[in-house]
Design a protein around this ligand. Structure first.
Ligand code: JB2
Length: 205
């Protein structure tokens, strides 16, 4: 397999998971993070290239977003990473349908499933063991957290977090910039910017 150098953006917990999933498919050439003692350095020994505000405006290397905070990811994409080349990862234990469409810079974690004719927007995170059923449509920079399940034909707007272990019933439409709390069961559509918690899911004002 061709080896490529990748710069990770972030050096915290999510970066550990991304770095491990990269495995042998790419070489990590270093990372940017504000913390000099970020876990990625301590645990993997990768070189910290500088704080996040030192990312060069026209970074030449392939980058992979490796922070979890969706607002921070969005700011970085709107700023220094705007025109840069990005690297995506599908872990070897993930199952991605041949008919699914997966955008640029997407991270598909171990044991995640992306089923038939689903589409996943650029820079989304399909985290450990998450299930994205048939024909779901996920926008850019969506995070489907570990163990979350989206039934068939669910749509999720950009910059939305679908929290740990939550469930979304088939056909439900979730807006832009929403937060679905851990363990929630979402049974009806969710407007832009809403937070939904509980079983059945209720909007929190
Ligand atoms: O504005 C900021 C910021 N600026 C720099 N907000 C946040 N949240 N983080 C910022 N950072 C840098 O990102 C920090 O210096 C820190 O090193 C890194 C975030 O690391 P942390 O381990 O706190 O979180 P993470 O983003 O790597 O992982 C989160 O998201 C994952 C998806 C955690 O909640 C994980 O548990 C989760 N799996």
């Amino acid at each position: 397999m061709e080896q490529r150098g990748v710069v990770l953006i972030g050096g915290g917990g999510h970066a550990l998971v991304v770095a491990e999933a990269l495995g042998e498919s790419a070489e990590v050439v270093g990372f940017f993070d504000d913390a000099p003692d970020a876990p990625l350095r301590a645990r993997f020994g990768y070189e910290r290239l500088g704080p996040l505000n030192a990312i060069p405006p026209e970074i030449e290397a392939y980058f992979m977003l490796a922070v979890g905070d969706l607002a921070l990811r969005r700011r970085l994409l709107a700023g220094p990473l705007g025109g840069a080349r990005t690297f995506g990862i599908t872990h070897r234990t993930a199952s991605v349908s041949a008919s699914a469409g997966v955008g640029r810079g997407v991270f598909i974690a171990p044991h995640a499933v992306v089923h038939a004719f689903a589409t996943v927007g650029d820079h989304a995170i399909i985290n450990t063991g998450a299930i994205v059923e048939h024909e779901c449509v996920l926008g850019e920079n969506v995070h489907v957290a570990p163990g979350a399940v989206l039934g068939g034909n669910v749509s999720v707007g950009r910059d939305t977090l679908v929290g740990l272990g939550s469930r979304v019933l088939p056909g439900v439409r979730i807006g832009v910039g929403c937060v679905i709390g851990a363990g929630a069961v979402v049974i009806r559509d969710v407007p832009d910017g809403a937070t939904v918690v509980g079983v059945p899911g209720r909007m929190r004002i």
